[in-house]
Design a protein around this ligand. Structure first.
Ligand SMILES: *[C@@H]1O[C@H](CO)[C@@H](O)[C@H](O)[C@H]1NC(C)=O
Ligand SMILES: *[C@@H]1O[C@H](CO)[C@@H](O)[C@H](O)[C@H]1NC(C)=O
Ligand SMILES: *[C@@H]1O[C@H](CO)[C@@H](O)[C@H](O)[C@H]1NC(C)=O
Ligand SMILES: *[C@@H]1O[C@H](CO)[C@@H](O)[C@H](O)[C@H]1NC(C)=O
Ligand SMILES: *[C@@H]1O[C@H](CO)[C@@H](O)[C@H](O)[C@H]1NC(C)=O
Ligand SMILES: *[C@@H]1O[C@H](CO)[C@@H](O)[C@H](O)[C@H]1NC(C)=O
Ligand SMILES: *[C@@H]1O[C@H](CO)[C@@H](O)[C@H](O)[C@H]1NC(C)=O
Ligand SMILES: *[C@@H]1O[C@H](CO)[C@@H](O)[C@H](O)[C@H]1NC(C)=O
Ligand SMILES: *[C@@H]1O[C@H](CO)[C@@H](O)[C@H](O)[C@H]1NC(C)=O
Ligand SMILES: *[C@@H]1O[C@H](CO)[C@@H](O)[C@H](O)[C@H]1NC(C)=O
Length: 503
């Protein structure tokens, strides 16, 4: 539908994004994986090095029991600190205190639960926790992982012996593991955890499924930290000191510069989620979740699932938001504008932002982020939302749209508690599911099918409409909160000329 719009003013980046939207699947995955972003759980954010078989398998069971697997969270990823050196023959030796039955056992149990098994190593001489790592041992370790039944590898960047500093050096170091994984013949999703070092968004698409584009996230919305020195405002967002303790706003600002690099099979990874870990307000977690999904980041839960509270559950389990992340037209929302505001928070941060993305079914999704310090109404003009398609004259801006609030049907605590304690009634059939507003099960129907069927649970709640050339207004957006809206063309306000331009 965009083919007849003048492309003169478009940047290459936007063309790439729209090609992705127009031809889903055309830009493929190098190994057939991460066609849509991976979803799962990783222990690091909540547990760090405190890993064990009990933790992994207990969490896995809970992920199944509370319906998170069937919302798509199917990779269970063991992070650092699981090994005890190597056997004389060079194979990684499990820490048998933590994993008394070894990793094939863990893998078999996860697979029996319908889950996939994620593992961790570093493209260095040691992992970040100073355990044995895989630089120079790629073939051996990849084969070990394949023998253990691993389906996903998070591959870190610690102790890389100075083998970074140019794209070529980093590429070579990470490509060695990509080739080694490929040589095993086992499909293993390859998640480079290279913190944005040497700009992986420029070179990783042909050999990895996702790459971290920042130093580690931490559980704060806006607090700056000297250990995360890059802001995203460096030229081309290239920064030699990725660090860690990066706030949600910091990572969003970096992501804004590289959105065009996310595609089917290869995504910018904004790091695992902090939802549930307690360092942010409910509104801040909603913004965090909204932006990670809108940006098509892989969605990896990072909290203790065994003691999840209902409010965290209802953030992680909102099907309308997950369907956005899993849309077949994989692209990252682009920031249309950012304005500084006078009301700064205690961290001296204060701005408002509009982000927008086109979905496979031609809906648009927008996020109005209030990173100011007070509740406010926020506006987005159709001209700004559809700026890519030709500013105010775009056919999209010259028609009416219905507005759906993707958080309006967020599950209430009572329902979430009943799911968490196992007393909620099961969804009994596809018909039953199509009547639900807060629950989904991808084993019964995929998000893509549900979107094509206009399933209520995937569209939130209709809250109004906007006329051609009009303004979308979000009332009372909380401090550090978000309005996450899906716009659906309602056919109103289009002239014949517009209709012709439309296709
Ligand atoms: C999802 O649907 C599948 C297939 O019908 C079923 O086996 C599974 O138990 C359902 N999951 C949940 C959480 O109800
Ligand atoms: C290396 O030795 C360990 C311990 O005996 C064994 O479990 C593993 O299979 C061996 N690795 C290879 C590649 O033979
Ligand atoms: C190995 O790479 C080739 C070329 O990209 C791809 O077709 C194949 O699916 C890959 N195999 C595995 C197991 O990743
Ligand atoms: C839901 O539960 C959370 C704690 O999990 C609580 O903070 C919140 O106020 C509750 N919401 C409502 C509407 O009761
Ligand atoms: C938002 O737009 C409405 C309708 O155009 C207008 O009345 C209002 O003043 C605007 N508010 C802000 C904060 O810009
Ligand atoms: C489960 O949670 C629901 C909703 O909070 C509550 O009404 C019910 O009593 C709980 N049941 C059990 C067995 O804990
Ligand atoms: C779904 O909702 C419709 C309309 O309310 C109703 O007729 C139908 O029986 C419902 N189906 C199921 C399976 O609950
Ligand atoms: C994407 O949209 C196209 C055009 O509407 C549709 O034919 C296709 O089925 C959609 N893709 C998926 C996976 O649903
Ligand atoms: C879904 O809704 C869209 C927009 O209202 C409409 O064009 C389409 O026909 C609907 N599809 C189905 C299967 O109902
Ligand atoms: C917004 O907040 C104002 C003042 O608290 C209140 O009067 C109004 O009803 C709210 N509007 C909405 C749509 O929530």
């Amino acid at each position: 539908m965009y083919s007849q719009v003048s492309t003169a003013a478009w940047s290459l980046a936007l063309v790439a994004q729209l090609v992705g939207a127009d031809n889903p699947g055309q830009i493929g995955s190098y190994n057939g994986l991460a066609v849509t972003p991976a979803m799962g759980w990783d222990n690091w954010n909540a547990f760090g090095c405190d890993v064990s078989e009990d933790l992994l398998l207990g969490t896995a069971q809970k992920i199944v029991d509370v319906g998170l697997r069937d919302l798509g969270y199917n990779y269970v990823i063991l992070d650092d600190c699981y090994s005890d050196g190597r056997y004389p023959n060079g194979t990684i030796k499990p820490n048998f205190q933590k994993f008394p039955n070894g990793f094939k056992h863990v893998s078999d149990r996860l697979h029996a639960l319908g889950l996939k098994y994620g593992m961790y190593s570093s493209a260095g001489y040691l992992t970040c926790g100073r355990y044995t790592a895989s630089l120079g041992r790629e073939m051996t370790d990849a084969q070990t992982f394949a023998d253990w039944g691993v389906d996903f590898l998070k591959y870190d960047n610690c102790y890389n012996g100075g083998q970074s500093g140019t794209a070529q050096i980093s590429y070579t170091r990470y490509k060695a593991m990509s080739d080694a994984l490929n040589a095993t013949g086992r499909p293993i999703l390859y998640n480079m955890c290279s913190w944005g070092d040497d700009g992986p968004w420029n070179w990783a698409q042909t050999m990895a499924n996702s790459w971290r584009m920042s130093g580690d996230v931490y559980d704060s919305f806006s607090r700056p930290d000297e250990r995360c020195p890059c802001t995203g405002d460096e030229p081309g967002y290239l920064c030699a000191l990725p660090g860690f303790h990066c706030s949600i706003l910091n990572i969003m600002n970096k992501m804004a510069k590289i959105v065009s690099k996310t595609q089917t099979g290869a995504q910018n990874d904004m790091d695992a989620l902090e939802v549930g870990n307690g360092g942010m307000t409910d509104d801040e977690y909603l913004t965090h979740m909204s932006m990670w999904t809108l940006e098509a980041s892989q969605l990896v839960m990072g909290t203790d699932i065994r003691s999840l509270d209902p409010s965290a559950y209802s953030i992680l389990a909102n099907p309308a938001v997950l369907a956005l992340n899993q849309d077949p037209a994989v692209s990252a929302g682009a920031r249309r504008w950012i304005h500084q505001v006078a009301d700064k928070d205690e961290n001296d941060a204060g701005n408002i932002q509009l982000w927008a993305r086109t979905m496979n079914n031609t809906d648009a999704v927008i996020a109005l982020v209030n990173a100011g310090n007070t509740l406010r109404d926020m506006n987005a003009t159709l001209a700004d939302i559809f700026f890519d398609q030709g500013g105010v004259i775009s056919p999209q801006a010259r028609q009416g749209w219905d507005i759906y609030d993707l958080w309006a049907n967020r599950m209430d605590n009572e329902t979430a508690s009943s799911i968490l304690n196992g007393t909620a009634p099961a969804i009994i059939s596809v018909d039953d599911m199509l009547n639900q507003t807060t629950r989904w099960n991808v084993s019964m129907m995929s998000y893509a099918e549900g979107l094509n069927a206009n399933a209520s649970a995937l569209f939130g709640k209709m809250i109004g409409s906007v006329d051609a050339l009009g303004t979308v207004t979000a009332k009372n957006v909380s401090r550090h909160g978000v309005a996450l809206y899906r716009l659906r063309a309602n056919g109103k306000g289009m002239s014949k000329l517009d209709a012709r331009d439309e296709l």
